[in-house]
Design a protein around this ligand. Structure first.
Ligand code: ADP
Ligand code: MG
Length: 302
């Protein structure tokens, strides 16, 4: 009989490969099998795309759940904040319990910030797109960076001379930079270098074939590199999931990169990570360049 199946194998040079193997008997006039015919097809690219699809569907699912929970949670917080405010206002100014109520209000606001981040991740918040030069955004962001990144980390920004017109939500792109910078800082407790760079990228068929992702077109690339602790393959596979963190309790929320991922997807962009243990990490974000003649401002609600 004919046999067909998918197998993982290795090429002569040792590189892993997925193959689709079909073996069929060739029979003579007496119906006896005299030969076997094998057809081997390289399906590595398809398997890679399938893996990526599964991964992004998983993230999509988690995002929807997280968004739903965040929505309900936010309603509860609104009630807590409302009642605390009422209690606060009806207390005498010298009431010793006022500080307690004030603390409740402060912590509730913090919780509210987290739920809002989650809503951004699950794309339940309105996105306000404007046309801007990514280089300007990156240069203007420097002053915020200095607030997050301590002195013993050297910051370097390299922007391309080419204009990078993109239709983006400025606040959200700044949030991306902020989240990546915070992670880089955490990865370099003993100092190091933090690089931000922009360049123009042309995604052609060749690129898509070798990298296994993308859609043809012109993109603005934003790359963020640190010389920190890096991470192994296992961790890299999980970093974009909400609540995934390797940081001790109270330090990390595990939301930073999931929000970055959500924002990049809202902008029809791509994000990839390259990391080596004890060497450092690089995130590359591709945002599609605005087509000429695109409207100046646009309200997008998803
Ligand atoms: P959090 O920072 O709250 O842990 P993130 O979503 O921002 O959540 O990051 C998830 C995890 O990814 C981190 O806990 C860390 O293990 C890993 N990570 C992210 N950025 C870096 C980086 N630049 N270098 C090393 N590890 C990183
Ligand atoms: Mg983080």
């Amino acid at each position: 009989k004919t046999w067909q199946g998918e197998l993982s194998s290795r090429k002569k040079d040792g590189e892993p490969i997925w193959i689709n193997l079909t073996v069929a008997p060739i029979k003579n006039s007496q119906n006896r099998t005299t030969n076997l015919m094998a057809v081997i097809e390289d399906i590595s690219t398809r398997r890679k795309l399938e893996d990526q699809l599964r991964h992004s569907q998983k993230l999509e699912g988690i995002g929807q759940i997280a968004g739903g929970v965040a929505h309900d949670f936010n309603n509860i917080l609104t009630a807590i904040i409302g009642y605390s405010s009422l209690a606060y206002q009806s207390m005498r100014e010298d009431d010793p319990l006022r500080t307690h109520i004030n603390n409740i209000l402060e912590y509730s606001e913090k919780a509210s910030t987290i739920t809002k981040s989650l809503l951004t991740f699950s794309r339940k918040q309105a996105t306000r797109l404007i046309l801007l030069n990514l280089n300007d955004l990156v240069s203007n962001f420097q002053k915020f960076l200095l607030r997050v990144v301590p002195e013993h980390i050297e910051i370097r920004t390299t922007c391309t001379d080419q204009m990078l017109s993109v239709m983006v939500d400025q606040v959200q792109i700044e949030q991306i930079l902020m989240n990546l910078a915070t992670n880089a800082r955490d990865a370099m407790p003993n100092g190091g270098r933090f690089d931000i760079a922009t360049r123009l990228m042309d995604l052609n068929e060749e690129f898509i074939k070798t990298h296994g992702y993308g859609t043809t077109g012109r993109y603005a690339e934003l790359s963020v590199t640190d010389t920190g602790c890096g991470m192994d393959q296992k961790i890299q596979e999980k970093i974009f999931e909400p609540f995934f963190t390797t940081k001790e309790q109270g330090k990390g929320t595990g939301l930073g990169l999931s929000i970055v991922y959500g924002i990049v997807k809202t902008h029809n962009g791509f994000i990839t990570v390259y990391s080596e243990l004890d060497k450092g990490t690089q995130f590359r974000i591709l945002l599609p360049l605005a087509r000429t003649g695109e409207v100046q401002e646009e309200e997008l609600t998803e």
